[in-house]
Design a protein around this ligand. Structure first.
Ligand code: SF4
Length: 488
């Protein structure tokens, strides 16, 4: 029998819930983008829904899985979400952030109360990032504890729904990289702002604050508990992403050693997003953790390595703290591991990630990075522009330099911890021309970004008027060549 989770009671067998009956459900709504391999789940919202049910509040997680590029299909999925929430007569919808104002308007017009937990983006929503959330939804209480897991998750995705196969391992733990700005000459001019003076970690990221450090034994227990719980909620789970892998090396080693043989690990892949300087410093320990993982029936995978930038002035801009020498050593280790993988460690196919465009980038910074990419054969690099949001030193310095554009504010549930992203401009017009060309053509060259950047740099260097290059025309010509080649 299907439980009417939003009313907290089960309808009699064979009967739909009574139309128009008062219901008191709390829907927790998560959004994630599908990858070709599976769909990602949202552990924090799932934990919240379970807590609500334990506390007697009917609740369920609606996971909206978005297509990476098909906007119309995504509109249909969001519409299906609205229909489901109205159809289930839920009273409240809880979001990290309401996905779009239009979604907020539709739910508000349908009489559904809205709560945002990470930032307040929709005026009619209540902002609640603590226990007062239970007070807001108190009228929904049934007074009796409800089953935690039955029908806990509903996927709103492609018509042929895929289950959740991946989650992030997040234990409310801050990033372990805590370098301040005190000895960084690039940021001396903004240290009159107490918030900037107190900043720790990379200059575009808030994840090293607040400082929440646990001892490795505590983290080890939480890792095991987290994975055990997530496997109960998401039975098709295959992949656990570890966003700040370096904060887990010690605790993961303890967790694997102390639970050897526990089925909690079996047939999982733990995918790590790594700092290369930590790889350079702790390669042997990573190999040992991988061997322990293999002995427990799971594997460790290097997913993303954040090289970010080889050029010393840009390393200061990012307050990255990783020297070019360490980056070189990491690249050598990764290439060795790719050729001869240590037991339990999957390295081949990892993504070297680069932030090559900051507001202060110079042409020679781009050239230094392309040179190092070529030297180490990192041709699979993903090349990004620096994304800045308020509260970060990169934003504050750019603002004071007049390099933040007024106007558009992009909502972003960004992994770097801020929630709105601002457009920047470049101090050097030549770099602006290179960035414009690279951004316009990048969708046409998914896996050849360094080669594309080299080509765009050459075109800008040769152009009499770099700002006037017709990149749309280049893109059209490129597409025409591609179409002609496909008909051969
Ligand atoms: S960018 Fe990564 S390494 Fe830097 S502070 Fe953020 S989480 Fe830590």
């Amino acid at each position: 029998m299907t439980r009417d989770y939003l009313s907290g009671s089960s309808p009699p067998p064979g009967q739909a819930p009574q139309a128009g009956a008062a219901t008191n459900g709390v829907a927790c709504v998560a959004f994630s983008t599908e990858s070709p391999h599976g769909s990602r789940g949202d552990s924090p919202l799932t934990d919240l829904a379970r807590l609500l049910r334990r506390s007697g509040f009917p609740s369920r997680v609606f996971h909206v899985h978005l297509h990476p590029s098909d906007g119309k299909e995504n509109d249909r999925r969001v519409q299906r979400l609205v229909e489901r929430l109205i159809g289930e007569r839920c009273r409240w919808a809880v979001f990290h952030e309401i996905w779009t104002a239009e979604l907020g308007r539709q739910l508000h017009a349908a009489g559904i109360g809205l709560i945002e937990m990470r930032s307040h983006t929709f005026p009619e929503a209540i902002f609640s990032d603590g226990p007062d959330l239970l007070t807001h939804v108190s009228a929904c209480g049934t007074g009796q504890s409800l089953d935690e897991l039955t029908n806990l998750v509903e996927i709103i995705g492609p018509l042929e729904t895929r289950p959740v196969t991946a989650v992030d391992l997040r234990l409310q733990q801050s990033c372990g990289y805590t370098r301040s700005l005190a000895d960084n000459p690039f940021y001396q001019g903004i240290l009159d702002d107490p918030e900037m003076a107190a900043h720790k970690g990379c200059a575009h990221c808030m994840n090293a604050r607040p400082d929440q450090r646990l001892v490795p034994v505590q983290v080890a227990e939480r890792i095991v508990e987290r994975i055990r719980n997530d496997r109960r909620v998401f039975p098709h789970l295959e992949t656990i992403w570890m966003p700040f892998a370096e904060t887990f090396y010690d605790s993961l080693a303890i967790a694997l050693r102390t639970t050897h043989g526990d089925p909690v690990w079996r047939d999982l892949t733990l995918v790590m997003q790594c700092r290369p300087d930590v790889i350079a410093q702790r390669a042997e320990e990573i190999e040992a953790v991988a061997a322990d993982a293999a002995a427990s029936g799971t594997q460790l995978k290097i997913g993303v390595v954040g090289f970010e930038n080889f050029s010393p002035p840009e390393i200061l801009v990012l307050n990255r703290g990783a020297t070019p020498d360490e980056l070189d050593r990491a690249a050598v280790i990764l290439n060795r591991w790719s050729a001869q993988p240590p037991p339990g460690l999957v390295v081949r196919g990892f993504t070297p990630s680069f932030i090559l465009f900051t507001p202060w980038t110079r042409i020679e910074d781009l050239e230094v990075n392309l040179h190092r990419i070529a030297r180490h054969g990192l041709w699979q690099a993903n090349i990004e522009r620096l994304r800045v949001g308020p509260g970060t030193p990169a934003y504050e310095r750019a603002r004071r330099d007049g390099l933040v554009l007024d106007g558009s504010v992009r909502a972003a549930s960004h992994p770097n911890g801020y929630t709105s992203e601002r457009e920047i401009r470049f101090a050097d017009p030549l770099v602006a021309a290179v960035s414009a060309g690279f951004e316009r053509l990048r969708p046409l060259a998914h896996s050849e970004q360094p080669e594309l950047l080299a080509g765009v740099l050459a075109a800008v260097a040769a152009a009499p008027d770099p700002a006037g290059i017709d990149w749309d025309g280049v893109a059209r010509a490129w597409e025409d060549v591609g179409s002609a080649a496909r008909t051969l």
